[in-house]
Ligand binder design. Structure first.
Ligand code: NDP
Length: 266
């Protein structure tokens, strides 16, 4: 179907074509059962990291991610927690500590969208989306803050979106949440800098996950037309920059927003 069509348009690098490019660390990736989070978790696995694969409901998918990571030479556990629930995040942290000790890298990736024009948007739709992105980032970062601060080179990486800057029809809730992530990242960058750790943000454009492939074909065609590189992106193309930001090679970069969007904002 559509996925095959996208894949056939370009050369997709396989895992073995890529160098891991990152030293082994202990990493937590929220929303790692599918999509971009899965790509990031698997990329960390290729680098031999210990990876906590967080999910909310897709337990079976999360366990597949764990197997892929173990096959690639990393170690991993699947950890169920709704990031909007502080007790569940705390329980997840205890599981991670039991399995791997302290955490070096936190990727706040878990996300949802509930798109509707603002005139029709309910307060519940507003709250639900802000909760996952902003309260979720709050709870996870609070819970792992001491670990990130104490790590030799702790890394906080938050996943925002191209729509944080440009806005998007039907996404007042989502764009607001993603713009909030910019301010959050820039503040945490200053606070974590006191401990020698960094915080950065990755802002993807349209990436091939269910969040995008569920859109009507006509919207995807419009996106491809509006993107100078003429296509939507792969999860691996986001995972690569996250792996770089998680590595020692990014040691003098903090408080930045890195766009990965095929030039869509040009
Ligand atoms: P997917 O819908 O493919 O995956 C979402 C992931 O988030 C799933 O693993 C899901 O878990 C998890 N999740 C959702 N809500 C919660 C929660 N409350 N607690 C814990 N986990 C949760 O999304 P994408 O991979 O496309 O998106 C990942 C991130 O990237 C999001 O922050 C998104 O906003 C952002 N992004 C995506 C873009 C795109 O084009 N795809 C573009 C720009 C940004 P489960 O499977 O258990 O439901």
């Amino acid at each position: 179907g559509r996925l095959a069509k996208f894949a056939s348009r370009r050369t997709v690098l396989t895992h073995s074509d890529r160098e891991a490019g990152m030293e082994p660390k202990t990493c937590v990736v929220t929303g790692a059962s599918r999509g971009i989070g899965r790509g990031i978790a698997e990329r960390f696995g290729e680098a031999g990291c210990d990876v906590a694969v967080n999910y909310r409901s897709s337990g079976e998918a999360a366990r597949e991610v764990v197997e892929t990571i173990e096959d690639a030479g990393g170690s991993a556990i699947a950890v169920k927690a709704d990031v909007t629930e502080p007790e569940q995040v705390q329980a997840m942290a205890e599981d991670v500590e039991d399995a791997f000790g302290t955490v070096d890298v936190l990727v706040n990736n878990a996300g949802i969208n509930q798109d509707v024009f603002f005139e029709e948007m309910t307060h519940e739709q507003w709250d639900t989306v802000l909760d996952v992105h902003l309260d979720g980032a709050f709870h996870c970062t609070q819970t792992f803050y001491d670990d990130l601060a104490a790590a030799a080179d702790g890394r906080l990486i938050n996943i925002s979106s191209i729509v944080a800057k440009g806005g998007n029809l039907g996404q007042a809730n989502y764009a607001t949440a993603k713009a909030g992530i910019f301010g959050f990242t820039r503040t945490l960058a200053q606070e974590l800098a006191r401990e020698g750790s960094t915080a950065n943000c990755v802002a993807p454009g349209f990436i091939e996950t269910s969040m995008v492939t569920d859109l009507p074909e006509s919207i995807i065609e419009q996106v491809e037309e509006d993107t100078p590189l003429g296509r939507i992106g792969d999860v691996e193309e986001v995972a690569d920059i996250v792996a770089f930001l998680a590595s020692e090679r990014s040691s003098f970069i903090t408080g930045e927003v890195i766009d990965v969007n095929g030039g869509m904002d040009l």
